[in-house]
Design a protein. Sequence first.
Length: 269
Amino acid sequence: MRKIFITLLAVIAAIGLQSQARDKGVDLLKVFAERTVKVDKHKLKYREVLVARHDTVKPAIVIFLHGGSGAGSDNQRQMESPAVRQIYNYLNDHGIKAYFLVPQCDDDASWSGYNPPPRRSGRPSPGMQRPQGLVKCPSYNIYVKALADLYVKDADADSTRIYVFGASMGGDGVWHLMNDYPHYFAAAMAAAGAYRKLGLSNLVHTPVLCTKGTRERQYQEYVQTIEDIKLLGGEVNFQPLEGYDHRRTVDESFTPERIEWVLSHQRKP
């Protein structure tokens, strides 16, 4: 009886933290558990929360890939992106049972394998722009896929409802994940991402919502790529943000309406 009572208190405490997380003053690091998973010889650090844990349906998997300013090894900096709270609030408000996972990329790598985060004084800086052209570096997308596989296998997550969101460098990673695993994700969202060194044929298999500020560099090239994907039959919900620069696009893209569009999709088994 005492064991049941203690467990009940723990559940109530977890629910309390999740409900309080809507308040911007609440530290999400207290809501999301700190995790590490070993993939081959690499240890991927990430944060995890199970939303709507008492629902009886299989949980979805929702992954957010941070931008360059979230890179590092502290398993904390990636949580500073406004998108983390925005996506979490949506899941919590709508009672969507899901594992929300927020991995962290080392600061000498990137999700896509191109253009690692820019540095100033040895650490990434959100105020710096990435260099022109392509700079190769280690890719973390293989670890993202392995992380999702783990939750399908060991946590009985729904393999037809795996979603990936990303902003800036994370938006780049979203495009590359769609390319590398074309039949894996139910849907995706890329905010202020760049499309680099990819063919188009694999991208038509994943519904994607993408935002791009009209004041961002390479905007016109991005628009042309979107049109090319549509011509091949891809489902692309492109929403240009008039007058937005890169920073504003990253911070303000993850609205409830856009998140809803992504989560409304389910992959055929």
